[in-house]
Design a protein around this ligand. Structure first.
Ligand code: AMP
Length: 360
C-alpha cells in the first residue's frame, strides 16, 4: 500500500519489524509523540518488546501472525535491513511499509548498491564481481594485491569480510565463502569515516543532520563524534549526496549513508535503510534526533529540526563494558541508554553513552 500524505494522528499504532535496540528507541520516540507501537520479532523478551504497547513473538515467515500484526497497525517500519523481502511483500499487501522495498533491495546487496551509486554519479571504491578463485586472483592483481572481499548479502559488523593481500590463501578464503556471491573492493586509504543521516517524508521534505565521524574497533563501531572534521566543501558535498540518494530512492524515513573521506572526495561505502548506530548521539545533541525524525517521516508529519545544539561523542558499551555504568553515570552532561539485554556476551551492544559539550 502507498503511504498516506495525511499525518497519522497520535493514538495510531506503528508496527515495527525487529526487536533490537533500534526498535526499542523507535518505540520510545513513537510513544513521546503519542503513538502506540506493535513490535514483531522471533526472539523472547527482545529489547523493543519491553517498551512497546504490543508485541508478537513469531517467525518472520509466519503468515497468519504477520496478517494479525498488519491488521493491528496503521503503518509498518523495520529496524534491520536483512528482513526477508517476502515478509515485507506480504505486509505491503495490507499496510504501507516504510521505507519501501526499493530501498531494501538496494541496501541488501552490495553489488546492486554500488551500481546504484555509480548511476547517480557518486563515488564508490572500485569493485569486482567474484564467483571463483580465478576471479579473485585477477581482481587482486587489478587492485595491486590488496583488497577487501565482502559477501554481497547479509554482512554486518565485519562479518562476511576478508582483508586480503599478496600472502593470503585464496583457496582457503573461497572455501570460507562457501559459494556465497561476493565482491572484491579496492582498499581505500581513507582519512576518516563519516556517516550522513537524512530524513525524508512522503511529501518530499528532507532534513539532514550534520556529518558524524566514526571510529571502529574490531569492525564494530566504537565512537561517533558530532560534528565530523570536514571542510566546508566536503560538508556541503556530503549534504547534497545524502539528499540525492534519498530522492532517487523516493525514500521515506531516516536513511544512513556511510562514507570514506579521501583527498579525492567522498566515496559511499554502504547505506542502511533505517536509523543507525552512529546516529544515536542525535537523540541528545540535536533538537530532533534520528528516532523522532523517523517516526515523524513515516507518520507523514512535518520533519523536526535536525540542527545540533551541542557537540557530542557517543561510545558504544559492548559486553562487559556495560559494567562501568556507574562511572559513566557520575559524569556531567552524559546520557546513558540501556537496551535491556540480559546477557553481556563479548562484543554484544548492551548500551551507549553520549557526552555533550558546548557547540563550537
Ligand atoms: P562495511 O561492512 O562495508 O561497513 O565495512 C566495515 C569497516 O571495514 C568499514 O567501516 C571500514 O572501516 C572498513 N572497510 C570496509 N571497506 C573498506 C575499503 N574498501 N577500504 C578500506 N576499509 C574498508
Amino acid at each position: 500500500m502507498t503511504p498516506s500524505r495525511n499525518p497519522l494522528p497520535p493514538g495510531a499504532c506503528i508496527g515495527i519489524v525487529g526487536g533490537g535496540q533500534l526498535g526499542r528507541m523507535l518505540a520510545l520516540a513513537a510513544a513521546e509523540l503519542g503513538f502506540q507501537t506493535h513490535v514483531f520479532c522471533p526472539e523472547e523478551n527482545a529489547p523493543a518488546t519491553q517498551v512497546a504497547s504490543f508485541s508478537t513473538q513469531a517467525d518472520y515467515q509466519n503468515k497468519p501472525a504477520l496478517d494479525r500484526f498488519s491488521q493491528s497497525v496503521d503503518v509498518v517500519t523495520y529496524e534491520f535491513e536483512n528482513i526477508p523481502v517476502d515478509t515485507v511483500a506480504h505486509i505491503e499487501t495490507q499496510k504501507p511499509v516504510l521505507p519501501s522495498a526499493k530501498a531494501l533491495e538496494v541496501a541488501q546487496d552490495r553489488w546492486v548498491e554500488k551500481c546504484f551509486m555509480r548511476e547517480l554519479g557518486l563515488g564508490v571504491a572500485d569493485f569486482y564481481d567474484i564467483t571463483s578463485e580465478a576471479d579473485l586472483r585477477a581482481a587482486l592483481e587489478a587492485t595491486q594485491g590488496q583488497g577487501i572481499l565482502k559477501t554481497r548479502r547479509f554482512g554486518y559488523d565485519g562479518k562476511g569480510q576478508w582483508r586480503l593481500d599478496a600472502n593470503s590463501d585464496l583457496a582457503a578464503t573461497m572455501a570460507e565463502l562457501d559459494g556465497q556471491s561476493a565482491i572484491l573492493e579496492v582498499l581505500v586509504p581513507f582519512e576518516r569515516e563519516i556517516s550522513l543521516l537524512v530524513a525524508r517524508n512522503p511529501n518530499g521534505e528532507t532534513a539532514t543532520f550534520d556529518a558524524i565521524e566514526n571510529v571502529h574497533k574490531n569492525h564494530i563501531l566504537h565512537t561517533s563524534t558530532l560534528p565530523a572534521q570536514l571542510s566546508d566543501a566536503q560538508a556541503s558535498q556530503a549534504q547534497a549526496m545524502a539528499t540525492k540518494i534519498a530522492e532517487a530512492l523516493d525514500y521515506v524515513g531516516v536513511l544512513a549513508i556511510e562514507c570514506f573521506v579521501t583527498p579525492q572526495g567522498l566515496l559511499v561505502n554502504e547505506i542502511a535503510p533505517r536509523v543507525h548506530n552512529s546516529g544515536h548521539l542525535t537523540q541528545d545533541a540535536c533538537h530532533c534526533g534520528q528516532f523522532e525524525q523517523h517516526i515523524r517521516a513515516i507518520a507523514s508529519w512535518p520533519l523536526g529540526d535536525a540542527r545540533a545544539h551541542s557537540n557530542a561523542v557517543m561510545t558504544n558499551l559492548l559486553g562487559d563494558e556495560v559494567n562501568d555504568w556507574q562511572d559513566w553515570a557520575a559524569q556531567e552532561a552524559t546520557y546513558l541508554h540501556f537496551y535491556g539485554k540480559a546477557e553481556a556476551k563479548p562484543g554484544r551492544k548492551m548500551a551507549h553513552v553520549t557526552r555533550l559539550t558546548p557547540r563550537r
